[in-house]
Every structure is written in structure tokens, then in C-alpha cells.
Design a protein around this ligand. Structure first.
Ligand code: NAX
Length: 328
């Protein structure tokens, strides 16, 4: 029998945590034949609610779930972790400046990065969901010098999935017909969903759409502002769809992209496409055998270039700000 994979989830008592843990335990994160042990990491105020969630996980009698432990100490929470989903973060509250937000999150992601460095398993893979996800991932990565930088990733898969869904609705295509969509840049309002290399049932998506006005004025803002639209409608931020995207991100990273397709992941830049090395930016990637590679050689038109550059500039500002704060 296989040794269980240790999966640490931070923010386990939060709304994404609640939508995520049952899917991990049922085998959807890593595969239907992979046993898992869950390590829930919370802050002291979240421990009781996490215990409640753990009771419900027990009550599912999931065949693949081989243990649940709950911690409020990051060193213990990341002990032996093979996969870490960093969901818990400090949200922006009213009147909070960007610097305050970044330093509050630095207080979470720096110690967590150090704890991953010192306690996680050698094959650790990290996905940061908690916002600002790209820069939180950078802070954690910088605090973990003994872990290969490429193991730290940030989630733009929800944006990727949202873009596929919007494109399918516009063109009447099935979501499964849409391939090679890309989210570039930051998981923020500046992100750039790129359909110029995407395909709809084998045809170039931009040609099928053939409507630059829709692209600029409807598609891009709808995808980028979808989070706010969900809050407006639901009275709470995206949770099940965010959890679903986290499942997709890790599942694709571990199990590979389909032939002829790619996905979007926030990853440390190697300088490809003019994105400054080291910042954690979203790229088109293929995955195989637990590793990812940036799709190379795409022709970037002027429309795309301006938007990629704008989002990357925001990431550079965030990096400079956390550098200034001594967080990296
Ligand atoms: P909730 O406020 O429901 O839950 C957050 C949980 O994290 C709480 O239980 C809290 O106690 C815990 N927590 C806080 N600090 C912690 C720490 N240092 N260690 C461990 N746990 C800690 O938020 P939820 O709706 O679950 O969202 C979580 C994060 O995901 C937020 O930062 C949110 O902005 C971000 N999102 C990111 C998305 C993405 O696409 N990258 C989309 C969805 C979501 O908005």
C-alpha cells in the first residue's frame, strides 16, 4: 500500500478551507488511488472551528483519508508536508494601505516560509491562495532558501477557469473545446486573460471571437472583476470555485497537462517574455511528472504586451514594497 501524502492546509477553518478539505480527502487533489493525511493549520481563534470540520471529515469515512491533525504552530503544521496549500491570509480591511496589507501578510507568510524550509518534506510543493497571492508566495519563497524556488506557486487557476467559462458563453462552445488560454501577471484587477493563443475546437479563439471591443471592454474586465461580482451577488467571496481551482492547480501540477493544452500558474519568473526574474507572475505552463515548464515562443502582440507589462509592473511594485519592508 502507498504511503499517505501529507497535505497541509492553512486557513482550514475558513470558507475556502471548508470547500477544499472534503475534496482533498475524497481523492480529488492527488488522485483516486492516493491516500492522504491532512494537517490543518489555523490561528488559535480558528482551532475550535477546525476541530468541527475535522469531526465532519471523520463522519465522511473517506477511504483515502488516513489521518487529520490540527495545529496552531506552523513548525508543527508543516512537519513532513508534501503539499502545502496556503489559504489563510490577512484580508484588506477598510482604510488599510497597501503597505499595511503587505506587512500584515508578511507576518504570516514569512514565518510559514521558514517553517516550510525547516520542516516540510524534500518534495514539498506549495500553492499560495491567500491574497495578495503572488507576493505572499514571494515572501514565503524568500524565507525558504533551502527549498527550490520553483516549488512556490500562486493561484491564478480560478482566473483561468473563469476566462474559459466566459469565452465558452460568448462563443457557444463547450468549455472542453477551449484550450491554451493564458492568464498573465498578477492575481489582481490588472491580470491579463489572453485568448490570442487560445483555441476553440481547434480554431484560433481571437479569430472566432473577432471582436476586440468585446475583448477589451467586456471579457477582460469581467474576468478580472469576477471576484467582486461574486461578493456583490453572494454576500461573501468566492469559496467553492476558489477551492475547485486550488484542486485543479495541484492536480495538474502533479498529474500533468493534457497533450496540446496548457494551464496558468503563478510561478517564479525565469525572465521569459520580459517578466523580471524572481517575481511570481502567472504564465502559460505545461506540466509533466510533477514539474512545470513555461510555454516558450508565443508571439506577443501589442494588445497583449501592454497588458502583460502593466500587470508585471504592479508585481514589481509589490516586490519593491516588501523588499523595503524587509520581508524578502
Ligand atoms: P476566510 O476569512 O473565510 O478564512 C481564512 C482563514 O484563515 C480563517 O479561518 C483564519 O483564522 C485563517 N488564518 C488567518 N491567519 C492565519 C495564519 N497565520 N495561519 C493559519 N490560518 C490563518 O477566508 P477565505 O474566504 O477562506 O479566503 C482565504 C484567502 O483566499 C483570502 O486571502 C482570499 O483573499 C483568498 N482568495 C484567493 C483567490 C485566488 O484566486 N488566488 C480567490 C478566492 C479568495 O478570494
Amino acid at each position: 500500500t502507498r504511503t499517505p501524502v501529507n497535505v497541509t492546509v492553512t486557513g482550514a477553518a475558513g470558507q475556502i478551507g471548508y470547500a477544499l478539505l472534503f475534496r482533498i480527502a475524497s481523492g480529488q487533489l492527488l488522485g483516486a488511488d492516493v491516500p492522504v493525511k491532512l494537517r490543518l493549520l489555523e490561528i488559535p481563534q480558528g482551532m475550535k472551528a477546525a476541530e468541527g470540520t475535522a469531526m465532519e471529515l471523520d463522519d465522511c469515512a473517506f477511504p483515502l483519508l488516513k489521518g487529520i491533525d490540527i495545529f496552531d504552530d506552523p513548525n508543527a503544521g508543516f512537519e513532513g508536508a508534501n503539499v502545502a496549500l496556503l489559504v489563510g491570509a490577512r484580508p484588506r480591511t477598510k482604510g488599510m494601505e497597501r503597505g499595511d496589507l503587505l506587512s500584515a501578510n508578511g507576518g504570516i507568510f514569512k514565518p510559514q516560509g521558514k517553517a516550510i524550509n525547516d520542516h516540510a518534506a524534500d518534495d514539498i510543493k506549495v500553492l499560495v491562495v491567500g491574497n495578495p497571492a503572488n507576493t505572499n508566495a514571494l515572501i514565503a519563497q524568500a524565507a525558504a532558501p533551502d527549498v527550490p524556488a520553483e516549488r512556490f506557486t500562486a493561484m491564478t487557476r480560478l482566473d483561468h477557469n473563469r476566462a474559459i467559462s466566459q469565452l465558452a458563453a460568448k462563443t457557444g462552445a463547450d468549455v472542453t473545446d477551449i484550450k491554451r488560454l493564458t492568464i498573465w501577471g498578477n492575481h489582481s484587477a490588472t491580470q491579463y486573460p489572453d485568448i490570442f493563443h487560445a483555441e476553440i475546437a481547434g480554431k484560433n479563439a481571437a479569430e472566432v471571437v473577432n471582436d476586440e471591443l468585446w475583448l477589451a471592454d467586456t471579457f477582460i474586465p469581467t474576468v478580472a472583476k469576477r471576484g467582486a461580482a461574486i461578493i456583490e451577488a453572494r454576500g461573501a467571496s468566492s469559496a467553492a470555485s476558489a477551492a475547485n481551482a486550488a484542486i485543479d492547480h495541484v492536480h495538474t501540477w502533479v498529474n500533468g497537462t493534457a497533450a496540446g493544452d496548457w494551464t496558468s500558474m503563478g510561478i517564479p519568473s525565469d525572465g521569459s517574455y520580459g517578466v523580471p526574474e524572481g517575481i511570481i507572475s502567472s504564465f502559460p505552463v505545461t506540466t509533466k511528472d510533477g514539474k512545470y515548464e513555461i510555454v516558450q515562443g508565443l508571439d506577443i502582440n501589442e494588445f497583449s504586451r501592454a497588458r502583460i507589462d502593466a500587470s508585471v509592473a504592479e508585481l514589481v511594485e509589490e516586490r519593491d514594497a516588501v523588499r523595503e519592508l524587509g520581508l524578502i
